[in-house]
Design a protein around this ligand. Structure first.
Ligand code: URA
Length: 192
């Protein structure tokens, strides 16, 4: 797919029919946040609330995500862009199939190319496997840094996983602090 500008990319994505998720979706969930953010957060795929609203992370996990980000002065309205691996809801919230991810990944790649983030934060195992490395182990490797072509990448536990197991909160707090420290080191605008 040729690289598109933001407006053209969003319009193309909103009318996408490249996989069967198009048949059951209510809305395409393109992404949210300033289009010059230096930090890109990547989730897995829309759930029910996101599908109904057309915005990522607006359910219970989304509320927790916003609270987590606020702890380190990050905000989807100000300084982070949030997108998902797949833009349409997988039925019953199952993991997106590889074929669905393959059909959709071009949109995320184009978003990343336009944004040129300094830091990429994968939310959960599914996006870390695809974006960081194919043998990524979330329990062992969350909060660790992986650098590729000048972009710093890390993963957090998915907020839904933290809701299921609150024992993950202290570790996630440490991981957020590491993201803040890295942003202070490599970002120009995030905390200015
Ligand atoms: N979970 C995700 O991975 N993404 C969303 O947008 C919502 C929940």
């Amino acid at each position: 797919m040729a690289m598109l500008g933001w407006e053209e990319l969003e319009q193309t994505c909103l009318s996408c029919r490249k996989c069967a998720l198009a048949d059951t979706r209510h809305n395409v969930v393109f992404g949210v946040g300033p289009r010059d953010a230096e930090i890109l957060l990547i989730g897995e795929g829309p759930g029910e609330n996101e599908d109904l609203k057309g915005e990522p992370f607006v359910g219970r996990a989304g509320k927790l995500l916003d609270e987590m980000l606020a702890v380190v002065d990050l905000d989807r309205k100000k300084n982070v862009y949030i997108a998902n691996m797949v833009k349409c809801r997988p039925p019953q919230n199952r993991d997106p199939l590889n074929t669905e991810q393959d059909a959709c990944i071009g949109y995320l790649r184009n978003q990343t190319a336009l944004l040129r983030p300094k830091i990429i934060v994968c939310l959960g195992r599914v996006s870390a496997l695809r974006i960081i490395k194919p043998d990524f182990k979330i329990t062992k490797e969350h909060g660790q840094w992986f650098e590729s072509a000048g972009v710093w990448m890390t993963a957090l536990y998915h907020p839904a996983a933290i809701l299921r197991d609150p024992r993950r909160r202290p570790e996630t707090f440490e991981d957020l602090k590491k993201i803040q420290a890295k942003a202070k080191e490599v970002c120009l605008r995030t905390y200015s």
